[in-house]
Design a protein around this ligand. Structure first.
Ligand code: FDA
Length: 322
């Protein structure tokens, strides 16, 4: 699998752009906000809610952050105008986190304040290990400023994640809201698990820890061993559809103990629809933007397994329905 992914990755630079576009069409809503709105209107009927991501990350000059501040403001206005059950996901490095931390804090505060005025939650996506602590600090800083409609993502593959859950839960108590995922960045074995089974076990442990800590737990995985573990963990704790932990559809900022399942646009929609039909809250991650080509290429370079997943969904479509 790793070898096949690497072969695809080596072929990427010589693959015609129209082929990459054809493949990316499944995973990216389109080049602009209007295309994202079309996709969300279509998927709403499947009982899902959304988190919207404007494609782009790690800017080189602070001026580039203005684009993201303005575009996310447009997204928030559109969510309100369309009455969508949606929140936003943003990448702190697109707001200048690696250039000037205080400028990034100010940029993200502007967005978070506007979101708070409309009862919309803001999720800081987690990028590579260079920004793990600064991203967590951003969340606690916003909470100190009484902006509690913000949370981040923790990557279970990182050794530090158990401690991060403990610290966040202690600091934020019932306002803690964490998306837990395996982590897409292939970090070194000095700081992270690198084998599939260890990563799955670490993810399942982190889910248990979050649920036990009373954090709102957004389970972001398409992997059956993780989903099945989560279902059992919820049931053991008396959580699930029509039990405690069920979150009403109107609550957009997802506060207090509870859970939801999150999946990427275009990935394992059949499993997502099944969870929704069982009464679980499901959320689809909707990336859009003109930088779809750079985004696709970067994801593939970062993690060759993604290339294998995509190839498998084309060759064996029954394993991964849109
Ligand atoms: P796994 O990789 O084993 O995938 C299970 C199955 O799902 C595969 O066999 C395949 O069928 C399908 N699949 C998974 N990924 C696919 C893909 N890209 N294309 C096609 N099929 C795919 N990571 C991070 O570091 N920071 C973050 O902020 C986020 N945010 C985030 C949000 C949401 C909503 C999701 C679902 C995921 C993330 N991730 C992330 C990514 C996450 O860390 C992880 O890399 C992927 O979800 C893949 O891991 P799975 O648990 O799905 O298992």
């Amino acid at each position: 699998m790793g070898v096949f992914g690497r072969v695809i990755m080596l072929m990427m630079p010589i693959t015609p752009k129209f082929i990459i576009r054809w493949v990316a069409n499944r995973y990216v809503a389109g080049p602009d906000l209007e295309s994202a709105l079309v996709v969300m209107r279509q998927i709403s009927a499947q009982g899902a809610c959304f988190t919207v991501d404007v494609l782009g990350e790690e800017i080189t000059t602070l001026a580039e952050a203005d684009f993201f501040v303005e575009e996310y403001a447009r997204v928030l206005d559109a969510i309100v105008a369309e009455g969508l059950d949606a929140n936003i996901s943003l990448k702190p490095t697109a707001f200048g986190l690696l250039i000037d931390q205080s400028a990034a804090v100010a940029n993200i505060e502007r967005i978070t304040r506007k979101a708070a005025e409309n009862d919309i939650f803001v999720r800081l996506d987690m990028e590579d290990h260079r920004v793990t602590q600064p991203t967590i600090d951003l969340v606690t800083t916003m909470h100190e400023r009484e902006l509690t409609n913000i949370g981040t993502v923790l990557q279970a593959r990182l050794f530090r994640t158990g401690e991060d859950i403990t610290n966040l839960s202690e600091k934020l108590a019932n306002d803690s809201d964490v998306r837990i995922c395996k982590g897409i960045y292939l970090e070194s074995e000095g700081i992270a698990h690198t084998g599939y089974h260890q990563i799955v076990e670490a993810t399942n442990r982190a889910i248990d820890q979050l649920l036990d800590a009373g954090s709102y737990t957004a389970i972001a995985s398409h992997d059956m061993p993780v989903i099945n573990h989560s279902l059992a963990a919820l049931s053991e704790r008396g959580m699930g559809p029509n039990k405690s932990g069920e979150v009403g559809g109107s609550l957009r900022n997802g506060k207090g103990p509870g859970y939801e399942f999150q999946m990427l646009l275009g990935v394992r929609g059949n499993i997502r629809r099944r969870l929704a039909s069982q009464g679980h809250r499901t959320r689809v991650y909707i990336p859009y933007g003109s930088r779809w080509y750079e985004y696709s290429m970067r994801r593939l370079r970062e993690n060759p397994d993604v290339a294998w997943h995509i190839a498998k969904s084309i060759i064996m479509p029954w394993t991964n329905r849109r």
